[in-house]
Ligand binder design. Structure first.
Ligand SMILES: [Zn+2]
Length: 365
């Protein structure tokens, strides 16, 4: 077996860490390992065996870089101060371990300390997992919460337009069937395609071999009606669904001071807040719904609907048009009997998109 030559500098006890080393030290150690693949050669590492029953705190975990990983790189694995100080012993799940009584740091194998102090190892492992979760929650909140004020501002700015789209949707979905005497929603709901009926004569041969002409009724596609969801009845208003999310966001709104707020939270509060943010649906989907249904009043859709209704075989007569200034919508069987529906001046305003707060990556940095 290969014997690793351990330099004197590694064996020297460096009792420099009376206080718990901070994240900067952990980051420095990780960078060293990534670059060299030699955790035992980090200058602050003490390559001696920890005393029996020693208290340990794990500050971080690491793997050796891929150049040192796996069976084929066995000779490049790291030695462990606990159990195999002079031979290659591990390449993954290493621990950056702080020993407060000796005031030293040892980079060592993940499970090695178990044989020296099983209870102490389990306790350190449990604390480490908790701290890691806390750090992830904190980093996540620090990334997400600064977006909350902007999202709330966008919600406020969009509100009048959303409310008007909801209002027009309510009127059209309620009035359409009665006005044209045909359930257009039922016609469209499966795929949003307008169809018209055709009849054609087809030659059929019966069992006796006689040819007959039969009349076949069929439907042909006229074309899609973009925005047909405008006609869906009994929809919970989009504004109401946005408001549910907004009230959740308001509870997480710390304005410019979100980092202070995160600092002040205790562990449980951070866990709750991170969970609340992480399960927040994307409000942009509701904005997309509003923009989608509004398409029904686009020139394209109005043209499709009116054109379809004039096609022989279409099931309904409909006239739907906008006044030139787009403040009135006329709905009827025909142009002559069409009644006007008021369209708000904000109806066609562009809607502001907002950051998808909960969808920011949960990856630890
Ligand atoms: Zn070991």
């Amino acid at each position: 077996m290969l014997v690793i030559d351990i330099p004197e500098s590694a064996l020297t006890v460096k009792a420099d860490y009376a206080e718990r080393p901070d994240l900067a030290v952990v980051a420095e150690i990780k960078a060293h390992i990534k670059e060299t693949g030699a955790p035992h050669l980090w200058p602050g590492h003490t390559h001696t065996k920890p005393p029996r029953g020693a208290v340990v705190r794990y500050l971080g975990e690491f793997d050796l870089p891929s150049s040192h990983a796996g069976q084929r790189n066995r000779e490049r694995w790291a030695p462990c101060p606990c159990c195999k100080p002079n031979t290659p012993w591990y390449y993954k799940d290493g621990r950056i371990a702080w020993f407060p009584e000796e005031r030293v740091i040892r980079n060592m194998g993940g499970d090695c300390f178990k044989s020296i102090n099983a209870t102490g190892h389990a306790e350190a492992e449990r604390l480490f997992r908790e701290e890691e979760a806390q750090r992830r929650n904190e980093a996540y909140l620090l990334r997400c919460l600064p977006q909350v004020p902007e999202a709330l501002a966008a919600i406020d700015q969009n509100a009048p337009t959303i409310a008007d789209i909801d209002r027009v949707r309510f009127i059209l979905s309620d009035r359409m069937t009665r006005t044209i005497g045909f359930d257009l929603w039922e016609h469209l709901r499966s795929d949003g395609v307008l169809r018209y009926e055709v009849t054609r004569n087809e030659r059929r041969v019966d069992r006796s071999g006689n040819e007959n002409m039969v009349t076949v009724h069929d439907f042909e596609r006229y074309g899609p009606l973009v925005g047909y969801e405008m006609l869906k009845p009994n929809v919970t208003p989009i504004a109401e669904r946005i408001e549910r999310l907004a009230s959740r966001l308001r509870a997480l709104n710390f304005g410019e001071n979100s980092s202070d707020a995160v600092t002040r939270m205790d562990g449980l509060e951070r866990t709750r807040a991170a969970k609340n943010v992480g399960t927040m649906p994307d409000i942009n989907e509701l904005i997309s719904e509003a923009e989608g249904v509004r398409q029904m009043l686009s020139p394209l859709s109005l043209g499709s609907l009116n054109g379809w209704s004039r096609t022989p075989g279409a099931r309904a007569e409909i006239h739907l048009s906008l006044s030139d200034d787009r403040t009135q919508l006329f709905l009827g069987n025909t142009k002559e009997n069409a009644r006007s529906v008021k369209i708000g001046t904000v109806f066609f305003n562009s809607l502001r998109r907002m950051p998808a707060i909960g969808k920011l990556s949960r990856q630890a940095e």
